[in-house]
Design a binder for this molecule. Sequence first.
Ligand code: NAP
Ligand code: MG
Length: 401
Amino acid sequence: MSKIQMITPLVEMDGDEMTRVLWQMIKDELLLPFVDLKTEYYDLGLKYRDETDDQVTVDSAEATKRLGVAVKCATITPNAARVKEYDLKKMWKSPNGTIRAILDGTVFRAPILVKGIEPYVKNWTKPITLARHAYGDIYKAVDKQVAAGTKCELVYTSPDGTEERQLVHQFDGPGVAMGMHNTVKSIESFARCCFNYGLATKQDVWFSTKDTISKQYDHSFKDIFEDIFEKEYKEKFAEAGLTYFYTLIDDAVARVIRSNGGYIWACKNYDGDVMSDMVATAFGSLAMMTSVLVSPDGCYEYEAAHGTVQRHYYRYLKGEMTSTNPVATIFAWTGALNKRGELDQLPELCDFAARLEKATLETIESGLMTGDLAAITTMEEPKTLDSAAFIKEIRSRLENM
Ligand code: NAP
Ligand code: MG
């Protein structure tokens, strides 16, 4: 059998711990036998990030800007314990944060639906893709506990030096206060990312804020989305038979629960943080969530939404059997290969990605799965496989297709 050819390489970002182990298994069993895989390899494993003073992370993001499509393995974000464990020079920043800052992108998270793993919300028959704004608001705020008698004001200093003051609160008793911001540029690029992703995946876009209460702050988000949609996307959406729909966040929450799914729900930073965890949990399993970072100029970085599964890795190091779910990592690869196929007009590569997804889902639907899914499936008598055996089952299905 001749291997499927590629033109442009994918940016390959290797990672840490259990997902690094799965990464190699997926390549060896599911990709290299079938595809003449072209990648530009960057080792984002913590050891090499430390050796290169994190330059490798920056280089991998720059490569994504140049080549357009990346696939990333989960990576450790160091904390104090990791600094000790890996004897690090310093507590390096989150690679995802670094990559996101360079690509200026929005993260879209979507669940992988499979028969036998039922969402807690019965009517969710299609995935809900959550788009979270990744800049500003409470994540870049200043806040303070204040004593009784404190007068809290916002002071705006214009370029010409004129000051304008706004009273936040005159505190009779002790309290708390916060100042936060966002920028029109960031909100505009968030809007463009959402509309582009809607067009690319042929899904409606919903957006929600609390504009009735936050008449300047949230209302600006609403107006900016509306403006960009009217000027740049209205016709394209109409041609594609898609809609853009704005509603108050309270109303959105109620509609989402009653919906069948199948759309992109764009949320402000905090709403997206909370709602993405809610939606992920309600769909069944973190190990079945994919994540893609999309930049406003159309670069894509695919990954699994979960982390490096540290606990499983320590068991693996002791030689114990681990049944870590590789599905979201497989789908990161298929997402990237499919996008590369689209951009390079290689229908065979897109077909391969679709077959690998199908083989993966059919394996689960036949009752063979990893432990995390066996624990929540509605199937009777599922068979739990370790990661390697599960991947081998997918391979044999793929070979038969
Ligand atoms: P995690 O790796 O997502 O794992 C948390 C727990 O969820 C696991 O212990 C496991 O539960 C379950 N789980 C997650 N993925 C699974 C899978 N594929 N198959 C089976 N079970 C799965 O989160 P963490 O342990 O909090 O974080 C570990 C490291 O990952 C941290 O250093 C963190 O910085 C990093 N992280 C990276 C990313 C990223 O690169 N995108 C995202 C999040 C976290 P059981 O142990 O109960 O089986
Ligand atoms: Mg969260």
